[in-house]
Design a protein around this ligand. Sequence first.
Ligand code: UT7
Length: 328
Amino acid sequence: MTERRAGIIGMGHSFPEGVLTNADLEKIVETSDEWITTRTGIKQRHKAAKDEYTSQFGTRAAQQALERSGLSAEEIDIIVCATTSPDQILPSTGALIQAELGATNAAGMDLFAACSGFIYGITMVESMIRTGQINYALVIGAEILTKYVDYTDRGTCVIFGDGAGAAVLGPVEGGKGILSTKIRSDGRYEEQLYARGGGTRLGTSHETIDNREHFFRMKGNEVFKVAVRSMADISNEMLEKAGYTTADVDLVIPHQANQRITEAVASRLDVPMDKVYSNIADMGNTSSASIPIAMDECIQAGRIREGSLVLLTAFGGGITWGASVIRF
Ligand code: UT7
């Protein structure tokens, strides 16, 4: 009898129609298309309209993932919505998406792990499925980060974009599924990427608003260095645990943080760039949504096929990081 593993059985993604190009940003902050392109690889990012919110895109991505999995919403046992830009403080975006989907037998929740949120989510539900505690899970990465970035801060506002990706996970056989997965964090580096306003520490006041404390702040170049090292190390660890080396991998899907980070991770892992997926030019950095959006694009384009060995790796505020090795 083969071991019961958790695998991905359907994916979907969604993003706002609105687009913010580098030329648009040149009119807002002191920057240039040339700087953004050479330092990040980003040419445009999607941006939600004022009346659009995170759960709308999370719901659309989840509906598509459900359709492709052949399951009904009632068959889902848990909905994990990884987001750092929830609709509101309470209730969770996961619960709001649950209601929209009609997933009446599920538990909906949010998971706060910044850009590593999708890998955190699949790592959590992987053991629940493998051990038989549940059968089917929806893991969603959904963000409207453009509502949390300060358009007077050129170090952050040029990077982030909006979107959502979703995966239905369930039991799979025949050597397929999540072969290894691991998540890590180190809160001592919390000052590398944070938003302090609105929480119990600072609260919300005229002062916090005037000081723009509700926006993200990032020490970009410090994040850069730790991100490359952490993603490469945990990727090697997970490949070894699964019994493979980078030479066996068909496709690497890193969190789309910055094209230079992606290239530096690929170089450390000694993987050629034609085996590394990037959509950052069109999507920017969509935090927890970047990996599931990229995975779904690869599935639709035939870059992930039955039998493909795929390595996912992410890094984000917290700091958090993780990697997963999956056989499709
Ligand atoms: O998603 C997970 C978490 N986030 C990340 O992984 C992001 C990681 N970090 C990065 O992607 C990069 O660090 C950034 C794209 C944010 C910044 O690029 P950098 O090459 O690290 O630039 P820097 O912060 O070291 O700044 C270099 C210069 C500075 O000017 P001076 O002091 O040398 O005169 C900045 O003020 O570039 C300046 N600069 C800009 N210039 C034009 C910073 N942002 C911009 C900009 N346009 N948008």
